[in-house]
Design a protein around this ligand. Structure first.
Ligand code: SAM
Length: 288
């Protein structure tokens, strides 16, 4: 097994955004150096960027923008949670997420969950650049298809009694519905009441416009070629049912129109996202 290519591409989209779009929606200053070769070189050298990155970007630009927007949404919500004294951050399917690297001074313990091969690759990139991992970053290996978070987190110093903020970005669509349901149920079991989880998911193909369908097929074909096929698309009602059964209540479940209104309206560069994406925030129910 090799490190996740979709994780590397997501970091490349964040790095490209910071290089090119003004004003940036997110300042992921670590994405470019985390990437490693060949993507870091491709993004840095104009001729290579022109040859290899722009043709890919032209096909998937709205998803590239969404990768940035979903992180911005998450980091905004995380900041509010931290102001409200939350001190544990769990990142499911962390990939090359760099929040822990950019907030080494925050008194927040960050648990990054992902497949071991991707974690080892990322840890080597961090060690090569910084000499060591951030002191409050804990790497927790998992395969969501075989294990649930409650099996692994307690062995790494996770405090079940403390309110926790959880993010799960760009990963749900790559998992089976059984793994998604089991993960939400397990999260609700292991996180203290009032804990929140923020995540994105895609709506079914039957709801997509022709342009979105073409974009989705492009993405899906790319993921399949790289050994990361998409597995699950969900209607908002299905997602609400999964969350309810897990003991989580929906705080908000934003359609593309509301995400655009919050983050993209008023920009002069025409950045846009696909119509099939959703951003959701759910809360572990508090005792009555
Ligand atoms: C598209 S990347 C998103 C990474 C990151 N959240 C971001 O937004 O940049 C999906 C991540 O999910 C992880 N992943 C996919 N399936 C997994 C599984 N069954 N168990 C653990 N991690 C998985 C991949 O290794 C990858 O890092």
């Amino acid at each position: 097994m090799r490190p996740s290519t979709t994780a590397q591409l997501a970091a490349a989209h964040r790095a490209y955004h910071l290089q090119h779009d003004r004003p940036p929606l997110l300042e992921d200053t670590a994405a470019a150096w985390l990437l490693g070769p060949p993507l870091d070189v491709i993004l840095r050298v104009p001729a290579l960027r022109w040859l290899f990155w722009r043709p890919l970007l032209a096909k998937v630009r709205p998803i590239s923008v969404f990768v940035v927007v979903r992180s911005r949404y998450t980091e905004d919500a995380l900041e509010l949670a931290i102001r409200d004294h939350c001190r544990q951050y769990v990142i499911l399917g962390a990939g090359l997420d760099s929040w822990a690297l950019r907030h080494d001074n925050a008194e927040v313990t960050v648990f990054e969950l992902d497949r071991p091969v991707t974690q080892q690759w990322k840890a080597a990139r961090i060690q090569a650049r910084l000499g060591a991992l951030p002191r409050r970053l804990v790497l927790v290996p998992i395969d969501f298809e075989r294990e649930v978070v409650a099996d692994v987190l307690p062995g790494f110093g996770f405090d079940r009694e403390s309110r926790t903020f959880v993010s799960w970005l760009g990963t749900i669509c790559y998992l089976t519905q059984a793994a998604i349901e089991a993960t939400f149920a397990s999260l609700a079991g292991v996180c203290a009441p009032g804990s929140r989880v923020v995540f994105d998911y895609f709506q079914p193909k039957s709801t997509m416009s022709p342009a979105d369908l073409q974009l989705f097929e492009e993405l899906d074909a790319g993921g399949t070629r790289r050994g990361e096929p998409m597995q699950t698309l969900l209607e908002p009602e299905q997602m609400a049912g999964i969350l309810r059964s897990a003991g989580l209540s929906v705080v908000e479940d934003l359609p593309a129109s509301e995400i655009r209104r919050r983050y993209l309206d008023g920009r002069s560069d025409g950045l846009d996202i696909p119509g099939f994406v959703r951003l959701c925030c759910a809360e572990r129910e508090r005792a009555a």
